[in-house]
Write a protein that binds this ligand. Sequence first.
Ligand code: CA
Length: 235
Amino acid sequence: MRVLLIEDDPSVAASVRDGLSANGYTVDYVSNGTAGLAAVDSAPQPDIVLLDLGLPDVDGQDVCRSIRADSQIPIIVISARGDEVDKVVGLELGADDYLAKPFGIRELIARMRAVTRRSAAGSTTSQGGGNTNTGGQQDIGALTIDRRAQRVFLADEEIALTAKEFALLSFLAEDPGSVCRRTDILSQVWETDWYGPTKTVDAHVASLRKKMGDAAWIESVRGVGFRLGNPGQAA
Ligand code: CA
């Protein structure tokens, strides 16, 4: 797997690069945002991006937004800014996960595996295009979720979702109308190795609502969590 590491701190970069290389990863390393954006677009393209938020030239948030604007490549934000606000901001910008410095190489690799596994899910699982909730295509009003191809359509128009947004929407769609608790969403969509704040869920819900163009698709249930709505039906 090819990893693009965008990090300006040479000591952090060296330890991440050495740790990943020792575990069989190919690491391309750049020390600023401009070079990072160029590297995402040039061959051979990376399979995952590790992005520091505090960069010398371009703010990491802008780098994240730019990458996400034309690519669904998994992004893990690594940052010394440990506060919750930055985590939520990073995830709102389309990052798939967040890791605060300092972190161990094992934890990083676990996160990388989780993120890339989710992004690959659907292309290798289940056969046949049956109209079921678990295998092929699922229709909920104007919404179509194709789990095999990991694509989502609204009124026949495709919506580009990140791997995490897709996983969240798929999870809510497993039982449309039923309430999903934040903690269940975290453990199912972010898997058990994620101990982040539940605000992460809210950030992804906000970005999903925005992409779907109608907040009513994902209803908030105060103090509990969320459920998948069907705005067309409600009207
Ligand atoms: Ca930095």
